[in-house]
Design a protein around this ligand. Structure first.
Ligand SMILES: Cc1ncc(COP(=O)(O)O)c(C=O)c1O
Length: 250
C-alpha cells in the first residue's frame, strides 16, 4: 500500500485536503467518533463529504470505532456507518476498551451484500475457544449488563480524569500545558526541545506508562507531548505520580 497522511483539525479529518492529496485513494481509514489519539469528533459536514467521496470514487471507508460509547463529554455521535446509504463503510468495533483487551474480541458491521464474505473470513481467523467468549459477551449485551457497565465506567473515568487534570494543573510549570480530550486521554504538551519518547521510556522505570505523542505525528517537526490514559490511574498514588512525571518532563 502507498499510505498518505491526511491532516486533522478540530472537526476531525480534513476531507477536502485528503481528496486533494490522494484523489485516487481506494480506502480511507478513519476514527470519526474520537480522532485517535486527540479525541476530536468528525463533524457532520465532514462525514457527508467523506461518504460522498467514497460513493463517487468507488472507494471504501474503514470506520475504526475503537472507543465506542466511551466518550466522557457529551453524547457519542452516531456511527458514520449509520449515514452510509451507498454501502461504502466497513465499521469495526472492539470490546478492548469498553470491556477488556484480554477478551481479544471485536466485530464488524458491513454492507449486507458483503456480510457473508466477511463472516467466512472471520470464522477462519477466530480460534475455536473464542466462540464461548462470544456467546458470553452476547448474553452480557442482551441482558442489559453492557449498557449499565458502560454508564458506570463513564462516571468512574470522568471522575478519574478530573482528579488527574486537577492534580497536574496544580503542579505543572507554565511551560507545560495540560488538557483533556473527549476520549480517555489527558494530553501534556511539551516544549519543542523535549523528547517525549525519552521521557516516556524513563517514566517506565517508575511504573508509569505515558504514550509519546510524536509517534502519532506524520508531519515534521513532530509535536512533542505525552498521552495519559485516565482509566487505570491509582488515586492514592496520584500526587506522587504526577510530581514524578512532571519532574521527568521538565
Ligand atoms: C486507534 C485504535 N484502533 C483500534 C484499537 C483496538 O484494537 P484491538 O481491538 O485490537 O485491541 C485501539 C486500541 O487501543 C486503538 O487505539
Amino acid at each position: 500500500m502507498a499510505v498518505t497522511a491526511v491532516p486533522v483539525d478540530a472537526e476531525g479529518l480534513n476531507v477536502a485536503a485528503g481528496v486533494q492529496t490522494a484523489a485516487g485513494a481506494k480506502l480511507a481509514v478513519v476514527t470519526p467518533g474520537q480522532q485517535a489519539p486527540l479525541g476530536m469528533t468528525m463533524s457532520l459536514s465532514r462525514r457527508l463529504a467523506l461518504l460522498d467521496w467514497a460513493r463517487q470514487s468507488d472507494a471504501w471507508i474503514i470506520e475504526d470505532d475503537y472507543l465506542s460509547e466511551l466518550q466522557l463529554e457529551g453524547r457519542a455521535a452516531p456511527a458514520l456507518a449509520s449515514l452510509d446509504h451507498g454501502g461504502r463503510v466497513l465499521h469495526i468495533g472492539s470490546f478492548s476498551k469498553t470491556i477488556s483487551p484480554s477478551l481479544r474480541l471485536g466485530f464488524m458491521v458491513v454492507p449486507s451484500g458483503l456480510s457473508r464474505r466477511f463472516a467466512e473470513l472471520a470464522a477462519s481467523l477466530a480460534p475455536a475457544p473464542a466462540a464461548g467468549m462470544q456467546r458470553a459477551v452476547a448474553e452480557f449485551l442482551r441482558d442489559g449488563h453492557y449498557l449499565r457497565h458502560l454508564r458506570r465506567m463513564k462516571r468512574l473515568y470522568a471522575a478519574r480524569r478530573e482528579s488527574l487534570l486537577r492534580c497536574l494543573r496544580e503542579m505543572a510549570p507554565d511551560s507545560i500545558k495540560v488538557r483533556a480530550t473527549a476520549g480517555l486521554a489527558v494530553v501534556i504538551s511539551l516544549p519543542k526541545s523535549a523528547s517525549d519518547v525519552d521521557i516516556a521510556s524513563r517514566a517506565r522505570e517508575f511504573g508509569l506508562a505515558p504514550r509519546p505523542m510524536s509517534v502519532w505525528c506524520m508531519q515534521t517537526p513532530r509535536q512533542q507531548g505525552l498521552l495519559l490514559c485516565v482509566t487505570n490511574l491509582n488515586e492514592r498514588r496520584l500526587p506522587a505520580d504526577c510530581r514524578r512525571l512532571l519532574e521527568l518532563a521538565r
